[in-house]
Each structure stands twice: as structure tokens, then as C-alpha cells.
Design a protein around this ligand. Structure first.
Ligand code: HEM
Ligand SMILES: *[C@@H]1O[C@H](CO)[C@@H](O)[C@H](O)[C@H]1NC(C)=O
Length: 496
């Protein structure tokens, strides 16, 4: 194949407003099947996004070739700077070296075994507070059933258990601090869209004028700085005798010391990790919960498995790892309940020829020319639903046994944290989500805890239970924040 000429030039942002309108029309058309019209030999396809074109693989397995390309050609940092306007929203102009990522990959990930019991202890209290069930005569309560809007309470639970690991007690229980981090993430998303919608040369100005983020940084600094000061002071005073708190902040402070970073830098990195953790984990958990309640026949098998594992191993990582049906169920929910159409972007920071090696086409040796400025990305809808990729089992059907079966048939590990060009919930390649092992433990634990502690159903479940539809907001797909679920405390459950 000759060098492809299907790629557009990188578009200047003066065309942004025009594209905004055009983009959405095209986007809708594309979403409703335009991808099927791709010529069979095209390796990459351009699709309209919020402020520019993105270029996605025509076949999902080519994404492996994209993520294999060196950072000096296809950069995930520069992609985030564009996609999230991260220099202005997430302060990557200060913390773009990402020294927090090795701390996640190494120290945090290796501590998962010790962290899971802490997550459990906090989850017990967080669920109790988020879904109060005690006063049965309260409005909305019938036979012990009580209706809850679940979206925000789940975010509070996730924010609290995540911060048990990030900053520990007592700050993880401070609702104002947790809410500040939840709201920060929303502000990043909103500000990034505002900034993308205005021409490049006035972005700094517009940012100064309207961004609520500097105030948010101040607010979160007021919570975090005293903690940092206190820890530094204690360490100085106690010397060898100082017992470091077992949390991410400690590990990050060690890294910051090594690289000579100021305290503001530590605080911004904590905010960035909260940004990466809370909404992603909450949404993914909420999706799995709603999908479970829409398939109530699986509640009992999952509950039985979880109770057995907890009885054998306690609330530990070993118990969570043994919950293989829950794992397969939640992974299938992640496959079907996609979080975005296009994500895990890479920006071409110089001209580059992409070698497509993943389809065994010997004739592709010349590669596909990618001009500097091209935004490449994963095509989540195609990856998760392509017929060729999920041969044998119809990808349009929800099958919670799918991944248990694949694992059994291939002998390859296919658990909730496994990525592939056809499973992009956590991205793929060396920049795939480093927090996914933690997120998987948290989400499985929360699900196990929910099925053991509660009877749960969707409103109107007496008839056929209908999965409340997720909402597409442009590229992103989220659970409807108004969705309600009925909960009742299970008598005699092994958690009280
Ligand atoms: C269910 C929850 C989560 C989902 C769905 C998720 C998803 C993702 C995705 C799609 C990426 C981009 C990967 C790529 O570009 O190839 C990513 C990156 C990242 N995630 Fe997560 N994530 C989750 C939880 C977490 C948690 C709990 C943490 C922190 C402890 C975290 C930290 C990060 C970081 C630091 C990156 C950037 C990695 C890099 O650029 O090398 N994530 N995540
Ligand atoms: C993180 O921990 C999990 C299990 O605890 C392990 O399977 C995985 O390989 C670890 N990941 C990294 C990047 O070290």
C-alpha cells in the first residue's frame, strides 16, 4: 500500500465555530453507521470531534500500532494538553512531567493488598451515610424499600474511599474537601470545552477572565497544605522515630522531595489524581450497578459468589480476586456501557509514518503518513462492538459469562484490568490507566458490599426491568444523574 493520503491537515482553531455546528451533525451521522462506509482498505478514518478532526483506526487492532509509537512522535501528554486544555485546567505547565504516575505504578499498586481492608472499612461508613435506611417511616419508604437518586451519593462514596488511600483520615471524611474535588473535575471538563471553542490567541485571556479553577486550587490548598506542614514538622521533630502515614500523599511527598518540588506542586498532583479517579470510578461502577439491576437474574449468583469469597478470605484483596463471575460481569458492563466514543488520544508532535503491523499485511511496509498536529485516538464503539473482534459471541448481546469463557478457551488472563485494542475502557499500551488495578479492587468491593448488604431493584421492576438509558453528551456517555434505585437492607446478611 502506498503512503495514505486520507489524512487531513491539522485544522487551525479559527474554524472552530464552524466545525462546532458541522461537527455535531457529522458526529451524529457518523454515530449512526457512517463508520460502515469506510473503504475496506483504509487504515485510518477521520471523524469530527468537538473542535477538530480526530483520526481513529479503521480496524480496532491498528490501535495497538498507534500506542506502540514512541512519545516523541505520538504524545499522550500533548494530546491531554489539547483535549483537556490541560496546561490551563490541570496545570500541566507545572506538573506535566507526571512524576505522580510512577508513584501510582510502583508504590500504590504494590500496596493494594494492604489498602483493600482500609477501602472496605471506609466503604461501610460511606454507604451508611450515602444511603440512610434506618428511619423506615420516612417518606418514600415501603416495606423497608427506599428510593435513592444514586449518582451523587456514589460519587461521594468513591471520593471518600479513594481519599482514604490518597490522604487518609480524617480529611477523607471531610465532605467539603471531597465535594471540592468532585466539582473540580466538572470544572476541568467545562473549562476545556469553553477554551477549545475560542481561538488559540485569546485562550489565556478567556481563561483568566472566566476560569473558576484558581479559586478551587485555593480551596483545596486550604485543606491540604496544613496536612503537608504537619507531616513535615513531625518528621523533622521525630526524625527516625517518625512513622509515615500509609497513604498516597506520603509517597508523593517523598517523590517531591527527591525532585525538589514545591508544596503547590504536590497539591496540584493530588488534584490531578483525584480528577483521574473519582468520576471515572463512579461512572463505571454506576454503569455496572444499573446493568446488574436490569438483569436481576444475575444478582443471586453474584451475591452467592461474593458471600462465599468473603466468608473464606474476609474483606481482602484475595477475596476480591476470587470473585471471578463478578469480575466477568463488570468487565462485560464496561464493554457494553462505553464511557466515550473516542478517547485515549495521541497527538502527533512531528511528522511521522505509522507502521501498521497488527493485521499481518506485508504490503503495508510503507506505512501511513501522519502529519504533525494530527490527533489520533481510540475508537471505543468500534473496538467494543466490532463483529470480527468478538467472533463466536454476538457483541451486541450482553453476556456476563463472555470473559470467563474467553479466559477459559484461550488460557489467557482476561480480567477486569486487562486491556486490548478491543477493550479500551482503561486505554491500551504503555500509557494505559495506571490506576486500573486500584479502581478494579474498589469497584468490585463496592459491588460485593452492595449485593450483600442490600436488596436492590429499579423502580417499576415488577414489570420487565428497563436499563435506564445513558446520556450522550457529545463524545462522552454518562449515566443519567436523575436515575433512582430502590434499596432495602437485607436481613441476616453477613455485613450488618
Ligand atoms: C474505572 C475507573 C477508571 C477508568 C475508566 C480510567 C480510565 C483511564 C483512561 C481511558 C486513561 C487514558 C489511557 C490512555 O490514554 O491510553 C487513563 C489514564 C490515567 N488514569 Fe485512569 N481510569 C480510572 C481510574 C483511575 C484511578 C483510580 C487513577 C489513580 C489512582 C487513575 C489514574 C490515571 C492516570 C494518572 C492516567 C494517565 C496515564 C498516562 O498518561 O500514562 N485512573 N485512565
Ligand atoms: C499491579 O498490581 C496487580 C495485582 O495487584 C498486578 O497484577 C499488576 O501487574 C500490577 N501492575 C503493575 C503495572 O505493576
Amino acid at each position: 500500500m502506498a503512503t495514505s493520503n486520507i489524512l487531513p491537515e491539522a485544522l487551525p482553531s479559527s474554524t472552530v465555530l464552524f466545525l462546532l455546528a458541522l461537527g455535531y451533525i457529522y458526529f451524529l451521522v457518523w454515530e449512526f453507521g457512517e463508520t460502515k462506509k469506510i473503504p475496506p482498505n483504509a487504515k485510518l478514518v477521520k471523524v469530527p470531534c468537538f473542535s477538530r478532526w480526530a483520526v481513529v483506526p479503521a480496524r480496532s487492532q491498528y490501535y495497538a500500532d498507534i500506542v506502540r509509537a514512541p512519545d516523541k512522535y505520538l504524545s499522550s501528554v500533548e494530546a491531554a494538553n489539547e483535549f483537556w486544555q490541560a496546561e490551563l485546567t490541570l496545570h500541566t505547565d507545572e506538573i506535566g512531567d507526571n512524576i505522580q504516575i510512577p508513584v501510582i505504578v510502583n508504590t500504590l499498586n504494590k500496596s493494594l493488598g494492604s489498602l483493600v481492608p482500609l477501602v472496605h472499612d471506609e466503604a461501610v461508613l460511606a454507604f451508611e451515610e450515602a444511603f440512610p435506611l434506618d428511619r423506615e417511616d420516612e417518606e418514600g419508604s415501603q416495606d423497608g424499600w427506599k428510593s435513592f437518586t444514586i449518582s451523587r451519593p456514589i460519587m461521594s462514596i468513591v471520593g471518600r474511599v479513594s481519599n482514604k488511600i490518597l490522604v487518609g483520615l480524617p480529611l477523607c471524611r471531610n465532605a467539603e474537601y471531597i465535594n471540592a474535588n468532585i466539582d473540580f473535575a466538572v470544572q476541568v471538563v467545562v473549562m476545556s470545552h469553553i477554551l477549545l471553542a475560542v481561538p488559540t490567541f485569546i485562550r489565556n485571556f478567556v481563561n483568566k477572565l472566566v476560569s473558576p479553577i484558581p479559586k478551587r486550587v485555593k480551596q483545596i490548598t486550604a485543606f491540604t497544605q496544613p496536612l503537608i506542614d504537619e507531616r513535615k514538622e513531625q518528621e523533622e521533630r521525630l526524625g527516625e522515630g517518625y512513622e509515615k502515614p500509609f497513604d498516597f500523599l506520603s509517597w508523593l511527598m517523598d517523590a517531591a522531595r527527591k525532585y525538589n518540588k514545591p508544596d503547590r506542586d504536590i497539591i496540584l498532583r493530588m488534584m490531578a489524581v483525584n480528577f483521574a479517579s473519582i468520576h471515572t470510578t463512579s461512572l463505571t461502577f454506576t454503569n455496572a450497578l444499573l446493568t446488574l439491576l436490569a438483569h436481576p437474574q444475575y444478582i443471586e449468583p453474584i451475591r452467592e459468589e461474593c458471600e462465599r469469597c468473603v466468608r473464606e478470605e474476609g474483606w481482602t484483596k484475595s477475596a476480591i480476586d476470587k470473585m471471578v463471575f463478578l469480575d466477568s460481569f463488570m468487565k462485560e458492563s464496561q464493554r457494553v456501557d462505553v464511557v466515550a466514543a473516542i478517547l485515549s488520544n495521541r497527538l502527533a508532535v512531528s511528522d511521522f509514518t505509522l507502521q501498521i503491523s497488527s493485521d499481518g499485511d506485508t504490503d503495508s511496509s510503507e506505512g501511513v503518513f501522519i502529519p504533525k498536529g494530527t490527533m489520533l485516538a481510540g475508537n471505543y464503539l468500534d473496538a467494543h462492538f466490532a463483529k470480527e473482534a468478538w467472533s463466536g459471541e454476538d457483541p451486541d448481546t450482553f453476556n456476563p459469562y463472555r470473559f470467563m469463557k474467553i479466559q477459559k478457551e484461550t488460557g489467557r488472563q482476561w480480567n477486569i484490568a486487562t486491556t486490548s485494542p478491543n477493550f479500551l475502557t482503561f486505554g491500551h499500551g504503555r500509557h494505559a490507566c495506571p490506576g486500573r488495578y486500584l479502581a478494579a479492587q474498589e469497584m468490585k468491593l463496592m459491588m460485593a458490599y452492595s449485593v450483600i448488604k442490600y436488596d436492590m431493584k429499579l423502580p417499576g421492576a415488577e414489570k420487565t426491568p428497563q436499563r435506564p438509558k445513558n446520556m450522550w453528551i457529545g463524545n462522552h456517555c454518562v449515566a443519567d444523574p436523575r436515575v433512582k434505585v430502590l434499596l432495602r437492607r437485607r436481613p441476616g446478611s453477613i455485613v450488618s
